[in-house]
Design a binder for this molecule. Structure first.
Ligand SMILES: C[S@@+](CC[C@H](N)C(=O)[O-])C[C@H]1O[C@@H](n2cnc3c(N)ncnc32)[C@H](O)[C@@H]1O
Length: 242
């Protein structure tokens, strides 16, 4: 079950207003290259990137367990260019292999225990073409996310401004628990979230155990090499062993 901001239609509608285009999305679009390939996005949400890749000529499948997010993507003007599948990273089953599988928007961090991560990685490996690429990012736990996540913003929607407040309730070990409060005209909606922040060596071990070969680990979207103490992101590009 995904968080309320992905499951409730009135909150899923706000995602693209919140999200827009950004350098992380550009990173994955470039990773797909210019020749048409088979792409799978796990945790695609409304498919902002999936739809951009489809517009660029790629054959794109988007998977997400939150029906409300998939519905927003389907209804978008270019939504018919993507194959939408309601499923989680752990349990999707497709009769196809992909040249690029990616998971972004920090969707990897919703996988809260090793069992879920191991199931997702095994599933991804089964669906990856022999010379395919798997890429994803997770936030570097070295940074004070319990401070960085506390913020306020205002979403400018067609129906008027929607104030949003993020409040961290606690940080314990690898986990951060926070609420997102949306002040909608009809009343407040609160989405409760817990994310896991794995250190880079654990990420690398889990990938190795799943049989992946790591090709690059970046610390930022400009492809700066990962620096354990300071990088904001752990961006991993992996594949089958060569
Ligand atoms: C922050 S959104 C990212 C959406 C999109 N990738 C983007 O970057 O715009 C995280 C997405 O992960 C999805 N999600 C939650 N649990 C998941 C799971 N077990 N497997 C795959 N996706 C999941 C949520 O429903 C949500 O749409």
């Amino acid at each position: 079950m995904a968080d309320a901001h992905y499951e409730l239609p009135e909150l899923a509608e706000l995602y693209d207003v919140d999200g827009g285009w950004s350098e992380d999305r550009e990173f994955y679009l470039r990773l797909a290259g210019t020749e048409p390939i088979d792409v799978l996005e796990l945790g695609c949400g409304t498919g902002l990137i999936a739809r951009a890749m489809a517009r660029a000529g790629h054959r794109v499948t988007g998977i997400d367990p939150a029906q409300a997010m998939l519905d927003v993507g389907r209804r978008a003007s270019d939504g018919d260019r993507v194959t939408w599948v309601p499923a989680s990273a752990q349990d999707f089953q497709l009769d196809k292999r992909f040249d690029l599988i990616f998971m972004t928007g920090h969707a990897f961090q919703v996988l809260l225990d090793d069992e879920d991560i191991t199931a997702a990685l095994a599933n991804i490996r089964r669906h990856l073409a022999p010379d395919g690429t798997f890429a994803f990012e997770t936030r570097n736990p070295a940074l004070p996310w319990e401070i960085l996540f506390d913020k306020v913003d205002v979403l400018l929607t067609a129906a008027g401004p929607v104030p949003v407040e993020w409040t961290v309730l606690w940080r314990r070990g690898e986990f951060v628990r926070f609420d997102t409060r949306y002040r909608l005209a009809g009343g407040d909606r609160i989405s409760e979230s817990t994310l896991r922040f794995l250190p880079h060596d654990r990420v690398e071990n889990l990938l190795a155990d799943a049989g992946f070969e790591i090709r690059s680990v970046f610390g930022d979207w400009d492809r700066t090499a990962f620096a354990p103490e300071t990088s904001r992101e752990i961006i991993v590009v992996a594949g089958n062993p060569g």
